[in-house]
Design a protein around this ligand. Structure first.
Ligand SMILES: Nc1ncnc2c1ncn2[C@@H]1O[C@H](COP(=O)(O)OP(=O)(O)O)[C@@H](O)[C@H]1O
Ligand SMILES: N[C@@H](CC(=O)OP(=O)(O)O)C(=O)O
Length: 781
């Protein structure tokens, strides 16, 4: 039984390396019985069209050149992909086909559709043979055996039977796209770009579960991503909008692609054959996702005013020229947008009913949610005028608006229009994990931050997470009154359910803000990234995970163009990461970072003057809530070691946690055992600190728990532990509880750059997380 129909367009089959990649995708994503629809390799159909034109113009030089071009391209593909004996068989088949075409050219018996069909026939034969060579059961199938048309109508019931008969359950079926047969067994084509339509038709006939259109972009974007780098990739778009785009001539899906799926639950997605791991765009049924905004270009068209346009005439005219024809009405009058290259034919067909309004126009169209179209239309007109483009014609409908000009809208101008119409209207979904001290203050600060954040785009708080329960509302939660909603609607979750919810969120951008201290939660970051979420962490675990894990997370983020901010994981709200990034961006070279990175240890060391036992201070700090529940966690120095690792990685150093030498602020023997054991042996701690302090005092120094990373001659030395510092050292004058970061660099060699201030506290930390969120949104807009 066929589960999936895959479709690979010409852009996915342009050379031997692409065939190889496509074969790998098929092997990894299909099973026996599945259908693989292929288009002609690269621009082969365009070349065949040229051949047809040369033939019609009796240009024998022209058509011989084109025949030679076709022969060379196909021979190259075969040679590069197949072993000698298979290559030989395919080449002789190809030669006899080209020979036959040459004869038909000479005898004036060439048929256009049969000629154009060759592109798809060659692709299917080559790919099936290549799969066989790789050891897979595959067959190529000529779609003229499967898709029958009578008087322009597909014979659905007959076709279902033909598919049942010819599609093998024990093979991968490589089927030609684009072509069908009429009831006289003559070739007909389904229109340029029509292999998408072949794929959905076949899916309907064989009752497949899914159609996957593999192309050269990662899915459907807000505009052509080849022209506009900041085009937004949409995870989901609805069928109606995809259809509208296709009717406006956008190439990413053919105009008829959606029609066979009507009333069916067959899934449709667009994915990249160049990056098969990336998630694509799902084209979902109406109501299953929000309507989005798109900008599509219109190139080289003529505009006709038509009187008495007949029912179905549009389909007939489109079939005649093999291209989509745009159609709309203004005040009861029909207008057609026709590719200029085919205008003569259309003009002839329309006769006196068709009046050419303007020729050789270009333009762009906005497809948008209905409520926005009118406003978008006005914005588009204003924007194009600002770009000094002369508007020749414009039209605003319910769900789209188009503007035609006589100038070319280049990628630069398109980018500007896109920024105004789409870039400025993006939405970001915020999910906050961890609703403790910092998390709840973060939410309190959220509302007052909104105005600032929404200068860039719409921000919605959509998810809240504690370790075992979650609350999601894709339409937005109230950051001021989330507690009530939490009590009523929060539900228990496992990580899979959380990822599912994140995946479902239909926003242009999503960000998971991790304000937990959970190592296991940080282990889910790769899943969040796969769900296309940006990350903001106050949590230190991911930033200090083993380097291989950390680097692969970074790579995945980079591949998806996602950001990760974690300024508060070191020094809470202090702008240490900003400073390091800035120095490096300005070309400086950092040679040393040292300082006191723990508020708890800062408090303890600054207060300790030997007049009381160190343990007394420790218990006082514990009572004040300055320490971890088990203060040995602070004394271990591990937290400081993690912070130093995060900063080291900020400098681009590929360190692991064990590359940082660690001397705890307690004797080794106290680190193990129960809390009671610790209390029983507390004198050891006092002796340990006391001895160090006496030694320091002799040298007129004070004790500080210091992190220190130096880069000398390209070698890194990093250590964390107790040090004695002179009174003149900036670490000595530190206020109890404050953090201090002392940075030396090429430009701050003698006098260090010092950042100092509270390195903990819920307000400053929550504000630091807001600063990361602001940065993220600003950088996305
Ligand atoms: N909104 C859009 N999203 C994605 N691709 C688009 C969009 N608008 C235009 N395109 C263009 O569509 C092309 C894919 O269509 P096409 O070349 O017909 O592919 P194929 O050969 O796979 O059928 C992309 O290379 C891209 O330049
Ligand atoms: N080869 C045909 C049919 C097709 O659908 O091609 P593609 O999938 O490359 O758009 C064309 O070029 O029109």
């Amino acid at each position: 039984m066929t589960q999936v129909v895959h479709k690979f367009g010409g852009s996915s089959l342009s050379n031997a390396a692409r065939y190889h990649a496509v074969a790998n995708i098929i092997i990894g994503n299909s099973q026996l019985g599945d259908v693989v629809v292929v288009s002609a390799a690269g621009k082969t159909t365009d070349t065949l069209v040229k051949l047809w034109q040369a033939y019609q113009q009796h240009d024998s030089h022209g058509y011989h050149d084109v025949l030679q071009l076709l022969r060379t391209h196909q021979h190259e593909l075969i040679d590069e992909l197949l072993a000698a004996h298979q290559a030989h068989a395919l080449q002789s088949q190809l030669n006899s086909e080209l020979q036959r075409i040459a004869e038909q050219l000479q005898t004036n018996t060439l048929d256009e559709a049969s000629l154009l069909a060759h592109g798809e026939l060659w692709s299917a034969r080559l790919l099936a043979t290549y799969l066989q060579q790789l050891g897979y059961a595959a067959q190529d199938l000529d779609a003229r055996q499967l898709l029958c048309v009578h008087q322009g109508q597909l014979l659905h019931l007959d076709n279902e039977k033909l598919c049942e008969r010819h599609i093998a359950r024990d093979k991968i079926n490589v089927v030609t796209g684009f072509i069908a047969a009429d009831s006289n067994q003559q070739t007909v084509t389904l229109g340029r770009n029509g292999s998408d339509y072949s794929a959905t038709l076949l899916a309907r006939y064989v009752n497949a579960k899914q159609v996957c259109i593999w192309t050269d972009t990662q899915g459907v974007f807000s505009t052509d991503p080849r022209k506009v780098a900041d085009a937004l990739k949409y995870q989901k778009i609805c069928r109606g909008q995809a259809n509208r785009l296709a009717q406006l001539g956008n190439p990413v899906l053919h105009a008829k692609t959606l029609s066979p799926l009507q009333g069916s639950a067959i899934k449709l997605s667009v994915r990249s054959s160049y990056d098969s791991d990336a998630s694509g765009t799902e084209i979902v049924r109406e109501g299953y996702c929000k309507h989005k905004r798109f900008l599509t270009t219109i190139e080289g068209v003529d505009l006709y005013r038509v009187s008495s346009l007949k029912v179905d005439e549009l389909a007939t005219l489109s079939q005649l020229i093999q291209h989509t024809i745009g159609h709309f009405q203004q005040q009861g009058v029909d207008f057609l947008i026709v590719p200029s290259a085919h205008s003569t034919l259309i003009s002839r067909e329309l006769g006196e009913r068709g009046q050419l309004v303007e020729s050789n126009l270009n333009g762009c169209a906005l497809v948008s949610p209905n409520q926005y179209t009118q406003q978008g239309y006005q914005e588009m007109l204003a924007c194009l005028e600002q770009l000094n483009l002369t508007i020749r014609f414009s039209h605003c409908d319910q769900d789209y608006a188009l503007v035609l000009t006589d100038q070319i809208i280049d990628a630069d101008s398109l980018g500007k229009v896109h920024r105004t119409l789409i870039g400025a209207h993006q939405q970001i979904a915020v999910i906050v994990a961890g609703l403790g001290n910092v998390g709840s203050v973060f939410l309190q600060q959220f509302t007052q931050q909104l105005a600032r954040l929404e200068q860039h785009f719409e921000v919605k708080l959509v998810g809240l997470l504690r370790s075992r329960s979650m609350l999601f509302d894709p339409c937005g939660l109230d950051p001021q009154n989330w507690q009530g909603q939490w009590l009523e609607q929060a539900v228990p979750y496992q990580s899979e359910q959380l990822c599912e919810r994140l995946n479902e969120l239909d926003y242009e951008h999503k960000v998971v803000i991790d304000i937990t201290a959970s190592e296991s939660f940080s282990g889910l970051y790769p899943d969040f990234v796969r769900a296309n979420c940006h990350l903001i962490s106050a949590n230190k675990y991911a930033g200090t995970a083993p380097n291989s894990w950390y680097q692969s997370l970074r790579n995945e983020l980079a591949e998806r163009n996602l950001k990760w901010r974690y300024n508060t994981s070191v020094g809470a709200g202090l702008p240490i990461n900003f400073a390091l990034a800035d120095l490096q961006r300005s070309g400086d070279e950092i040679t040393r970072i040292q300082g006191v990175f723990s508020g708890t240890l800062s408090w303890l060391c600054s207060h300790y003057d030997g007049s009381q036992a160190f343990s007394e201070l420790l218990f006082a700090a514990q009572k004040l809530g300055f320490t971890e529940p088990d203060p040995r966690e602070d004394l271990s120095g591990r937290d400081v070691q993690r912070k130093l690792l995060i900063l080291a990685r900020e400098l681009g150093l590929q360190l692991d946690i064990d590359d940082i030498e660690l001397s705890p602020l307690m004797p080794e023997s106290l680190a193990q055992g129960s809390w009671q054991d610790f209390l029983d042996n507390i004198a050891l701690l006092d002796d340990f600190v006391g001895t160090h302090a006496q030694q320091a005092q002799k040298e007129q120094k004070v004790l500080r728990y210091n992190a220190d990373l130096r880069i000398v001659d390209g070698k890194v030395k990093a250590q964390v532990g107790l040090v004695a510092v002179a009174q003149s050292n900036p670490l000595a004058g530190l206020s109890p509880g404050d953090n201090i970061f002392v940075i030396n660099s090429r430009w701050y060699a003698q006098n260090a750059l010092v950042i100092q201030g509270p390195g903990a506290g819920k307000e400053v930390t929550a504000a630091g997380v807001h600063s990361d969120l602001y940065w993220l949104i600003e950088s996305l807009s």
